[in-house]
Write a protein that binds this ligand. Structure first.
Ligand code: PLP
Length: 398
């Protein structure tokens, strides 16, 4: 693994013969290659970590963290996923239109204008207030059918979820006679931080509600709290009957703070992001490169201009900081990342030609750049780097 904080140019090999690009160029300005086999392997790694007794619900929201929700969902379904989670109704409809048959949980919607479509498309809503539970019951009565939902409890994150005592929740559920609460769930605010008690407090708050409901005869079959981190770091008392891995399905498990158990899930990134070289040229010593003249060439240099910029998702913060991989070597980004273009140092890869491909995220040989490294340089999180890859970047499945 290369440490991206070391961006000193790689010394040029003396008299190195021109090598052809090691990466297959494709006729796109910028594209991602998503490995279906790696998505499947990551899913199966979670499957074997939690065992048969725990249901898996991979999260494919935000276009499967930009890996392409339809293709990813097909792959997961072929590998045995019987549940998928999305954020909103439109995402669920897109999956149904593509023929996805698995149960689909819509985690963050039930806006008034989405409810009819949600039910028409056999999507399962997460209900996050007792008023919405009553509303779902009205919709069920009007349709003369029983409707299923999962009820979200706010156990301390203060985002979505019901913040009420078990007694009031129980009353509301019993009053909603045409609704079956098949799942009870919550979400952790600080899963990656083992130095705070917040996760344990949230588990305790969840159990308090679950036990209170149990006492009144309400026993949802599916209890779920965990996203990638509590699964990967074996926080088994947060697994219950179902878990919701997102980031890990795409090959990322964030590091944690404090003392966690050893990681029990081995996954690898499934996405590689490339861009085409649009121009190659030599500039003299002293040349200023890009907007604002943020970089001045200290000596004569060869530069290459890539056909991708921040509109494609390359973080603007990588200006003068990031690197890409060119024929197996790190090449620094020079000057400001522009909207549609990014300039790199091609001095040490004189063989580079217009139309060749470089790697923005991924590996070539033993040099690699992953979303966590980019996130660190850009002052953000790996999730945001992946989700930031714009829809105009072509997706290829390999
Ligand atoms: C996004 C999300 C997940 C998945 O989280 P990861 O950290 O990507 O595994 C799980 N549950 C909820 C409610 C989410 O919003």
């Amino acid at each position: 693994m290369n440490d991206l904080s070391v961006l000193a140019p790689v010394p040029a090999a003396v008299d190195s013969p021109a090598e052809p690009s090691r990466v297959k160029a494709l006729p796109y300005r910028s594209w991602v290659e998503v490995s279906r086999a790696q998505i499947a392997a990551n899913f199966l790694a979670f499957r074997s970590a939690v065992g048969r007794g725990v249901e898996l619900m991979p999260v494919v929201k935000a276009d499967a963290y930009r890996h392409g929700a339809v293709e990813v969902s097909r792959t997961l379904e072929e590998n045995g996923a019987s549940w998928l989670a999305v954020s909103n109704t439109d995402e669920g409809i897109a999956l149904r239109d593509a023929g996805i048959q698995a149960r689909i949980l819509v985690m963050a919607d039930f806006l008034p204008f989405t409810r009819e479509a949600m039910l028409a498309y056999q999507l399962t809503p997460v209900i996050h207030s007792l008023e919405d539970l009553a509303e779902l019951n009205r919709l069920a009565s009007a349709r003369e059918e029983k409707l299923r939902c999962h009820l979200k409890i706010d156990t301390g994150m203060s985002r979505l979820g019901v913040r009420a005592d078990a007694g009031s929740i129980s009353q509301a559920i019993l009053a909603a006679a045409n609704v079956e609460v098949e799942g009870l769930m919550t979400h952790f605010a600080s899963a990656a931080n083992y130095q705070t008690a917040q996760t344990d407090d949230q588990i305790a708050a969840f159990d308090c509600v679950a036990l209170g409901l149990h006492a009144t005869g309400i026993r949802p079959a599916l209890l779920h709290l965990s996203s990638t981190i509590p699964i990967a770091y074996a926080r088994r008392n947060a697994w219950r009957s179902l878990v919701r891995p997102g980031n890990g399905i795409y090959g990322y498990v964030s590091p944690v703070r404090g003392h966690a158990l050893a990681r029990i899930v081995k996954v690898k990134p499934a996405l590689t992001w490339r861009a085409s070289v649009l121009s190659v040229k030599d500039v003299p010593a002293g040349a200023l490169i890009g907007y604002g003249g943020m970089f001045r060439a200290p000596q004569p240099m060869r530069i290459a201009v890539l056909a991708a910029g921040y509109a494609d998702g390359i973080p603007h913060k990588l200006s003068n900081r990031g690197s890409v991989i060119v024929n197996g070597k790190l090449a620094p980004i020079l000057g400001a990342v522009s909207m549609d273009l990014t300039t790199i140092d091609a001095t040490h890869t004189p063989e580079l030609r217009v139309g060749d491909a470089v790697t923005l995220l991924g590996s070539e040989g033993n040099v690699s750049i992953d979303a966590q490294q980019i996130a660190k340089l850009a002052g953000t999180i790996s999730y945001s780097v992946l989700c930031g890859i714009h829809a105009r970047v072509k997706r290829i499945y390999v």
